[in-house]
Design a binder for this molecule. Structure first.
Ligand code: ATP
Ligand code: MG
Length: 433
């Protein structure tokens, strides 16, 4: 019999190849290609009767409240029954804690099941005791996919958490747990069970070095929502954001604080992230919009002379291309001498800014650091910077203005300024004598 062709797949990005490579040609990671068993072809199916959309019963009001307000917000107003949600995050960021508290709240009026493959039942019990209110949560310590799927079909809980999808394995697939084909098979099978048995399922997924959810990207296509749990495990604040959401906006953001009693939602993150120390050089407050929620964020910047031929532009929480553009506009149109200086920008609390409305706040922080002049006290800024040095109005100005007023920002810079040069002149405090 002819030998089956070898088939290798990258455990980080899902790249497949007919031979082994030390370095993955897809994502450039080293040592991530593993041999996979080809999946046998399935038998042909039978035709099914068709339905008209008008005959389909669906009720928007049937979303399941998770009892964690910030999680509900990110999901778009609660968990949709029979949906599959992938929750990714770095080790120790608090995925298990968040989902156990959600299960605890759900278990008050529905059946909620935790399938744990990573922790023993006793370890989960300890966490549950710390969080409180989880007495009615059912638990299954199992890693075999067939057993998990069979149990879900028989028990049919309303909500199930699989912690984590990387620990599940199926005997039919030859490769090790956590490999691309195992993860793909597990997600595919759980998707079918979720839809057929009506079990809303959270899959916990590990993330790779660069922060994306590990395993093949195909997992992200399979599931209904992908939530990313971010934040430094050394800091108390954590950010939950939707990367993909079939039932709501992907721009929503939830903010939590890790405490001894578990993750507590922060309803007013502007209060936490939007404060600067008066008179500090290189700090400005930007008013950004995350989904429907305006958010005040402190932006810090450091501008240091450098001998490097290519000065560094390093942003934490800021898109590097956007930062390079802002630095270039500042040099060209506001006359700042940034050509021989390293520029570092940091966004408070580990929040990542994705929208251009924060441009002016970033520019203001850099200008303050370059000139050694603090930004005016009580100032918040928003506005998009164009390549010509002209400012464009940011979206939803009214909501942003309202947030600035709510947090007592006495000066709001942006909506009425025409050019970046004028905005900088208005935003920086008078030079010290
Ligand atoms: N008693 C406590 N008080 C405060 N914080 C705690 C306490 N116990 C644990 N934590 C926090 O909980 C975090 C671990 O949370 P959790 O186990 O939910 O993370 P995880 O994302 O599921 O991690 P993993 O990927 O390893 O499963 C720790 O990093 C720690 O910050
Ligand atoms: Mg965990």
């Amino acid at each position: 019999m002819a030998k089956a062709a070898a088939h290798f797949a990258c455990s980080d990005c899902g790249y497949t190849a007919g031979r082994w490579f030390g370095k993955c040609p897809g994502c450039g990671s080293f040592g991530t290609l593993f041999e996979e068993q080809p999946v046998a072809a399935t038998a042909a199916g039978q035709a099914k009767p068709l339905l008209r959309l008008v005959d389909v019963q669906a009720d928007e009001a049937s979303r399941i409240g998770t009892g964690v307000a910030e999680l509900d917000r990110v999901l778009g107003g609660g968990l949709v029954p029979a949906s599959l949600v992938l929750v990714g995050g770095e080790p120790g960021v608090g995925k298990s804690t968040l989902l156990l508290s959600a299960l605890g709240a759900i278990s008050r009026d529905r059946r909620a099941l935790l399938v744990t493959g990573e922790e023993s039942v006793a370890q989960v019990k300890l966490r549950a005791a710390r969080l409180g209110g989880c007495d009615a949560v059912e638990i299954l310590a199992e890693t075999e996919l067939d057993v998990v799927c069979e149990t879900l079909e028989v028990e049919r809980p309303a909500v199930c958490v699989i912690d984590s999808v990387q620990t599940l394995w199926s005997q039919e697939i030859g490769s090790a747990p956590g490999s691309v084909s195992q993860v793909r098979e597990a997600a595919g099978r759980l998707l079918r069970v979720a839809k057929e048995a009506g079990v809303a399922t959270f899959l916990v997924g590990h993330v790779t070095k660069d922060g994306s959810v590990a395993g093949p990207r195909v997992l992200e296509h399979l599931v209904d929502c992908v939530l990313q749990f971010e934040g430094d495990r050394y800091h108390a604040h954590r950010i939950l954001r939707a990367v993909k959401n079939r039932f709501g906006s992907t721009n929503e953001l939830g903010v939590f604080e890790m405490t001894g009693e578990g993750l507590v939602g922060v309803p007013d993150p502007s209060e936490v992230f939007g404060r600067t120390h008066g008179g500090e050089i290189g700090a400005a407050v930007a008013c950004t919009l995350e989904g429907t929620r305006p958010l005040l964020l402190e932006i810090q910047s450091l501008v240091a002379p450098t001998d490097l031929a290519m000065p560094r532009r390093v942003g934490t929480g800021v898109d590097p291309k956007r930062l390079a553009m802002i630095v270039a506009v500042l040099s060209r149109h506001a006359g700042l001498p940034l050509g021989a200086a390293d520029v570092f920008v940091n966004v408070a609390g580990g929040v990542r800014i994705d929208e251009p409305g924060a441009d002016l706040g970033i520019a203001l922080a850099i200008a303050s650091a370059t000139k050694g002049v603090p930004v005016q006290e009580g100032l918040a800024a928003f506005g998009e910077i164009g390549l010509t040095g002209r400012l464009r109005a940011a979206t939803q100005t009214d909501r942003r203005l309202e947030e600035c007023r709510k947090f007592g920002s006495s000066v709001v810079l942006g909506p009425e300024c025409e050019t970046l040069r004028l905005a900088l002149a208005a935003g920086l405090a008078d030079s010290p004598a």
